[in-house]
Design a binder for this molecule. Structure first.
Ligand code: LLP
Length: 457
């Protein structure tokens, strides 16, 4: 019999996967091995090698459906959830979120192309970025993708480029709402001192400038407060602030019909984390917009939100193989794995914490040791866990790190010329490849040795 487990035996919340540490299908098979999506992890590593990114389809779909359901329940107007593809961009992810009725937020030509190839309809894509290139702007306009204007330079480029296209271009503007939240400084974006968006004080001038342009049609507002947020209060205030900006824009003749409140809902990486549920987050956001519209006697705009992490993070795990052990007497034991900062740069970048277990002993059921889990890169800071408690383990055993679906693959690098891992999708006992493993030879593809050097050698 399979036993359903959550990390450390917590009850699994099927409706709000961001409140669990593990994917919703996590179980242990008769051999005591960890399974996800009814697939035994050690079988998967035998077939696909390690390190290995795994995504659980049911967790992904449950997260998307929780957003859709809550929007339907709490927001009486039209709504569109948009997946922030920076969290994990692939043809597969674009296809999946599109099949769940989501739109997609992209910040580069690469992300735009991935979305289109994955089948996201152009009218459901929004294009962000504080320094879009002319080529990227042209690509967006050609494909009739809505552009979110971030600053004066962005607006000027867009206006000039739009002249060579003979049609109206729908735009939204991003502004900083001046809301503080408690998250890592690098992922806080809604305060006044941010590189993103127009300052709220510059909006009147901006509205005037836009009204004089030939092709730019301002139809929406965007604000994003930050990421991995556990508080609901910042979003309670956002509705009123945004609705006031709608009224301000009206004075300049702009009819704002779309409000995009960004993303930011946190997930549970460790036992200490206690994020709100998707339902609670959407309820807060919706009420805030509905109440502000009521107060100012305004028709409800189309409500958009842009979750990234809370869609994909908990659905993802990374599997590593244990290699070397090194004991520093009286200080610590290093346990090295076959990946690290190239497949997961978050610990070294943000000091992020994760949860993990042994694949052959998920419940940690014999005597325990504390290990410092090190990556294989040539950098002392390449440490995935400063201190991880694991049962006795040996070279060749597998470690599963949870919550790695967001901002791991998408932020991965080839530092030390380490090829990127494969990614697979699991569901109902089937595993399918969604990203092929790179090989060291792939990494040489773009190297060029100038002719005169070839002659010399
Ligand atoms: N919308 C905008 C405009 C954003 O900038 C972001 C995230 C999102 C939506 C999605 O936020 P989420 O729901 O994922 O919190 N690399 C960092 C996270 C950076 C977030 C950047 N913007 C990390 O690994 O924690």
């Amino acid at each position: 019999m399979k036993e359903k487990i959550s990390f450390l035996k917590n009850k699994i919340d099927l409706n709000s996967p961001n409140k669990n540490i593990v994917p919703v299908t996590t179980s242990i098979n008769n051999n005591g091995n960890l399974c996800i999506g009814e697939c035994s992890i050690d079988d998967l590593v035998r077939k696909y090698d390690s390190p290995l990114y795994i995504l659980d389809e049911i967790t992904l779909r449950n997260s998307c459906r929780a957003y859709k359901k809550a929007l339907k329940q709490y927001y009486p107007g039209q709504s569109l959830p948009i997946y922030a593809s920076k969290a994990n961009s692939s043809i597969f992810m674009s296809n999946l979120i599109s099949s769940e009725g989501f739109g997609l937020d992209a910040v580069s030509e690469g992300e735009l192309l991935t979305a289109l190839k994955g089948g996201v309809p152009n009218e459901k894509i929004v294009f962000h970025g504080n320094n879009k290139s002319d080529k990227e702007i042209e690509f967006a306009i050609e494909n009739k993708i809505k552009v979110i204007v971030d600053n004066d330079h962005d607006l000027k480029r867009l206006e000039e480029i739009s002249d060579s296209f003979n049609y109206d271009i729908e735009i939204m503007i991003r502004f900083t709402p001046g809301i503080e939240c408690h998250t890592h400084e690098y992922i806080r974006t809604g305060s006044f001192d941010s590189k993103f968006g127009f300052g709220i004080e510059s909006l009147n001038n901006l509205f005037e400038v836009i009204s004089k342009t030939k092709y730019l049609k301002l139809i929406g507002l965007h604000a994003h407060i930050g990421s991995q947020i556990f508080e609901l209060d910042p979003h309670k205030d956002l509705g009123e602030i945004m609705v006031n900006v709608i009224l301000q824009a009206k004075i300049f003749g702009h009819n704002i019909k779309e409000l995009n409140v960004g993303g930011g809902l946190g997930i549970k990486y460790t036992q200490e984390d206690d994020p709100p549920s998707i339902d609670e987050w959407i309820k807060t956001v919706s009420l805030s917009v509905v109440q502000a519209c009521k107060k100012h006697k305004l028709d409800l705009p189309i409500l958009m939100c842009e979750p990234g992490r809370s869609i994909v993070s908990t659905a993802g795990v990374t599997i590593y193989k244990i290699g070397a052990f090194k004991e520093v007497p009286g200080i610590r034991t290093y346990l090295s794995v076959d990946g690290g900062m190239s497949d997961n740069p978050r610990p070294i970048t943000y000091q992020s914490n994760y949860s993990a277990c042994l694949v052959n002993n998920p419940l940690n059921s014999n005597s325990k040791n504390k290990y410092t889990v090190a990556g294989k890169h040539c950098e002392s800071g390449d440490v995935l866990f400063k201190e991880l408690e694991l049962s006795n383990c040996k070279t060749g055993d597998l470690i599963c790190v949870f919550g790695t679906g967001a901002y791991n693959n998408s932020m991965s690098s080839n530092y030390n010329r380490i090829p990127k891992p494969a990614a697979i999708l699991v569901a109902n006992g089937e595993a399918e490849i969604i990203q092929r493993r790179e090989s060291p030879l792939d990494l040489l593809k773009y190297d060029v040795l100038p002719d005169r050097f070839i002659k010399q050698s």
